[in-house]
Design a protein. Structure first.
Ligand code: DGJ
Length: 540
């Protein structure tokens, strides 16, 4: 009788345990993972939200002889994570013979430098081509074919329909992840990028005979679900050929599905060995004008085909935008488009220009898990220190500010407590709504009530709302003031306290209280380097 009552309870406990076991078959509380709550995300490292303050190596800088300059750059910029390629051509120089010495070197050196790694699997795709395939594959185009263009000519891009290529990639990536699992017990590697900017330039899809046959066949049932069709702006349909269902987007959607299915299988095989968070990155399209796929790299996870990638490659935790667009309107739109309840925002690459450092703030405001400029090293065997230091300075100063409070920033971002503004090209004032307060941010160098415009739109401000009247604020090249709003509207107010300081072991440590000239012109000014303020407001 007792057993009869116990059984349902045991079943519930068992089901609960099963739910916490990854579908990829491993439970390890400390393994890095991406979690979601109420449509917001966090990357857990050692069990707590982690913010990637990253830097990515140049493409050919992951070789042991090049690593000293990479570590120098990581240190100079106060980065906590190095994104570094691992090369299929180096790891499997002969079919089935693997060399993991590069991974060993990276692990040892990263630990020596107290840094984490994001490994970039440069394999079947690198910027739409197959240039990182091992030589034995490059020499055998019949077995590992390229995409065929509309005119019947091969393009410089691997076909996602090539079974032998998929099998070879699955085998090699599985070997990498199997090796990593036993070589990296401390979880120095926190995430793996599967391929790099996959897709095809110069052809919207593969027009080979076998691909054409698939194209003329039925659209897979997974894509016909009402939610997926709605997300793609396609009217409900019971099915049909790609052309029939997707009209003038059919070629691109077919290629996106094919590339995503391929990469999804590679990622799933790797996760079956060792389920680290995995993602793939996108060469973006213009996010404002819905251009045809002939204008960009077709098949990759561009904003318009994210719903296809989600269905075709569920083993990927996220798809990520590489930000090389210019203009704040475009960049802010991209950040908005990749922050979705079903997609964690992560910027694995951004052009290493001073103007881009400000987007770290927007990423945090969107609950993102990290940011990384591309090409942090000098990309030469020997380089002079000042060259690197100058290029890295705009990022180094932000990372130096953020590093001591990295865990707090990650947690606040996960909880949706961060708001941010970045200076636009018109240098205009911006506001942040904080419930009973509105913050007004003017960009420039402030002195005795006058604001001198910034030469470049590099100003930014981030506000963390700790409670109704208390905020942590950081930023550069701006002046901040507040206005009572909401239930405070119309009331007199003043600063109860404006403290300047820094975070140490999870606690704000004030260096001084700002008052008098430092706050009397409506509020504090933030200079060329970010400072951290704790501000408490009061109504009177
Ligand atoms: C984006 C790619 O993902 C990087 O590997 C690199 O090629 C940059 N473009 C350009 O330098």
């Amino acid at each position: 009788m007792r057993n009869f009552y116990l059984r349902p309870v045991l079943l519930i406990v068992l089901l609960f345990c099963l739910k916490t076991v990854s579908v990829y078959g491993q439970t390890d509380a400390s393994i890095p993972k991406v979690v979601e709550k109420n449509g917001r995300h966090a990357l857990l490292v050692d069990g707590k939200p982690f913010l990637i303050l990253g830097g990515q190596a140049h493409n050919s800088s992951g070789w042991p002889g090049m690593l000293p300059q990479l570590w120098r750059a990581v240190e100079e910029m106060h980065a906590n994570t190095l994104e570094v390629p691992i090369y299929w051509e180096q790891i499997e120089p002969q079919a089935g013979k693997f060399d993991f010495s590069l991974i060993d070197t990276l692990l040892t050196q990263a630990r020596d430098h107290n840094a984490r790694l994001v490994l970039l699997w440069f394999a079947t795709w690198k910027n739409g081509s197959n240039h990182y395939m091992p030589e034995w594959m490059k020499r055998d185009a019949a077995k590992y074919p390229n995409v065929t263009g509309k005119n019947g000519q091969p393009k410089d891009s691997p076909s996602p329909h090539a079974k032998a290529t998929l099998e070879a990639d699955v085998k090699a990536f599985s070997a990498v992840m199997r090796y990593l699992k036993q070589a990296d017990k401390p979880h120095t590697v926190i995430m793996v990028q599967v391929e790099n900017e996959a897709g095809t330039w110069d052809s919207v899809r593969d027009y080979s005979v076998s691909a054409q046959k698939l194209f003329e066949g039925e659209v897979p049932a997974e894509l016909l679900k009402p939610g997926v069709l709605k997300a793609l702006n396609v009217p409900p349909t019971s099915g049909g050929s790609w052309q029939k269902v997707f009209g003038d987007r059919a070629d691109e959607y077919f290629h996106a599905w094919s590339v995503a299915r391929f990469i999804g299988q590679v990622a799933a095989a790797g996760k079956a060995e060792y389920p680290l968070p995995m993602y793939t990155n996108a060469a973006l399209r213009d996010p404002l004008t819905n251009p045809p796929a002939t204008n960009y790299e077709s098949g990759g996870p561009t904003d318009n085909v994210i719903p296809i990638w989600k269905v075709a490659a569920p083993a990927l935790d996220l798809v990520a935008p590489d930000i090389y667009l210019s203009g704040s309107e475009r960049v802010l739109k991209v950040i908005e488009l990749y922050d979705r309840p079903d997609n964690t925002l992560f910027v694995p690459e951004a052009g290493l220009i001073p103007n881009n450092a400000k987007y770290l703030y927007e990423v945090l405001a969107h609950g993102g898990i990290g940011f990384s400029p591309f090409g942090i090293d000098g990309n030469k065997q020997k380089h002079s220190a000042p060259e690197t230091a100058d290029r890295l300075a705009p990022y180094a100063q932000e990372y130096a500010m953020a590093a001591p409070m990295m865990r707090e920033l990650a947690q606040w971002s996960f909880e949706g407590k961060i708001k941010a503004v970045v200076e636009r090209e018109d240098h205009g004032k911006q506001t942040i709504d904080l419930g009973a307060w509105q913050s007004v941010i003017s960009f420039g160098t402030a002195s005795a009530g006058n604001i001198k415009a910034n030469p470049q739109p590099t100003g930014k401000a981030m506000i963390v709302q700790l409670d109704a009247n208390k905020f942590i604020i950081t930023g550069t090249q701006c002046h901040i003031t507040f206005q009572p709003a909401g239930k405070n509207a119309g009331r007199a107010w003043q600063y109860l306290k404006v403290e300047e300081g820094s975070f140490e072991n999870g606690t704000f440590k004030p260096l001084r209280i700002l008052n008098g000239d430092e706050t009397d012109w409506g509020g504090p000014s933030l200079g060329a380097e970010p400072s951290v303020l704790q501000i408490t407001l009061v109504t009177r």
